[in-house]
Design a protein around this ligand. Sequence first.
Ligand SMILES: Cc1cc2nc3c(=O)[nH]c(=O)nc-3n(C[C@H](O)[C@H](O)[C@H](O)COP(=O)(O)OP(=O)(O)OC[C@H]3O[C@@H](n4cnc5c(N)ncnc54)[C@H](O)[C@@H]3O)c2cc1C
Length: 509
Amino acid sequence: MQDNRQSRSEIDILKSQDAVVDVVIIGAGPAGLTAALRLRQLGYRIRLIESSAQWPRFNIGEALTPGIKNIIEMLGATDALANVNYLTNIPTCLRWQEQEPQWLKASGSAIVNRAQFDAALLVHAQQQGIDIARPASVQSITGAADDWTITLLNNGISQTVKARFIVDASGRNGHRQFPCAERLSALWIEIRNENIAAGIHNTTRVEALEHGWLWGSALPDNRYRIMWVGDPRSPRKHNPKQPQQWLATQCASSHLFNSLASVTPTQPLKGCAATPGFAFDSWQDGRIKIGDAAFSLDPVSSSGVEKAMRFSLIAAVAIHTQLSGDSVNHKTLAQDFFQHRLIETCARHSYWTRSYYAQAWCQEKAFWQLRSQPWQPVIGNPGDDENTQTLLAALAQELAQLNHYHPVPLKSLAQFDVTRLLSFDSNTTWVTTHCVIDNLVTNQTALYHPSVERPLAYLEGEALLPHLNILQKPQTLSSLLNNLACRMPLEKAQKIIAWLWQRGIIASV
Ligand SMILES: Cc1cc2nc3c(=O)[nH]c(=O)nc-3n(C[C@H](O)[C@H](O)[C@H](O)COP(=O)(O)OP(=O)(O)OC[C@H]3O[C@@H](n4cnc5c(N)ncnc54)[C@H](O)[C@@H]3O)c2cc1C
């Protein structure tokens, strides 16, 4: 009797959670949680929907790059993560460029218990006033931008939520993505530290082999993970239906893992797809994809979590721009900014990955050859819609720019001749670029020069225009400094001129 009454009141509470919010976010991984927390900081009402009944739920992706620390601070979550188990100062033994293994110093990365990490962020989100439905699943979505109706099953109870914007942060699974590289998959096992030789369990190990690479990672809680990443066809061809045997063979044939080839794993072998990909429909009117749902990266960079979180911050700015603005112009700005950053993220990662694969000692082997070639998206497939074609062309252009970008060595300030006039280098141009000001996307005029990776609107926190307009005519250093010093501290003006001169953006004439 008592139990029935309790469950009735639970049902009433869940039913009463029919709600009107600003943004519904689907998926409480790092991407969804970051977007939820940032949008909450910007004053929005959020409903976060997570399907996993098991929580904390298992997840790989536990090596976190140092850049995550700033994001955590920005989200005010440092204290919330204080009890998450992690390892740091782990040295890496690398057999990649050289056949001879090299020891690298610890890089400032942390290896966390991802289940605990995500769970602690979720608790923090709840404490910040984010409304969480878990375990819950979306049953239907109807409506349009600014007026969506989402029906969900929350703990078995049907609820309706009205929202202005929907964010899909449900991860890589179940999303069709355009592959940005040759196919990859990952297979892994976990072993207990006590079953492996001392000297291995507190290390990270990475080794390039003929058909792919092996990654050994010390994990919190006395675990060690051995992962093979390679072409999914290799295990099928060499060890059909016996992927565990394939992993053992790869370890046995390696230098860094051969003593681990026959260690008994704590659980059955696991595996997943790992092909880098990109979802062209990531921006639709009032409905976007972020994190792995929008782009998935090659695990070789171990930066998926940071990139997913960083992109969520970008998405939050785009959403804020659209929701707080009242003109078509805001919508266009938000979409352009979002899509441009998405393309930039994918292109840069693709470029970096290709260069890294090209450095492997075994790079003449087929697996490595295929992944070291510049990747070029095929444009003009008859089945591609207009948006896909535009994004593919933008992606190709971004990749071409990266392939041609060669940073010039910085000029020594000792060569600076104070007696000569200064002017813009002939390759310097002004372009319009997106800048985020007060969390809103704006268009700004920026300097562009082949020696910088991207257009530059601000230096030292100062807008370059109109300050540098004076350089349309050659100036002496003192007249330039005097002019700038009327608008900013002299020291700052000196730093800006030195920075631009060292890169050849302004030159002595
Ligand atoms: C083999 C491999 C190794 C990797 N190693 C690393 C690494 O060492 N370091 C690193 O930084 N990154 C690594 N990554 C990448 C990293 O795991 C991901 O980039 C990161 O988890 C992406 O975060 P996300 O929030 O987008 O997605 P996820 O972490 O996948 O979170 C998605 C969430 O959405 C929920 N969900 C799914 N469907 C629904 C639905 N329909 N409704 C509601 N909720 C739903 C899921 O339960 C989950 O909680 C690795 C990836 C692979 C493939």
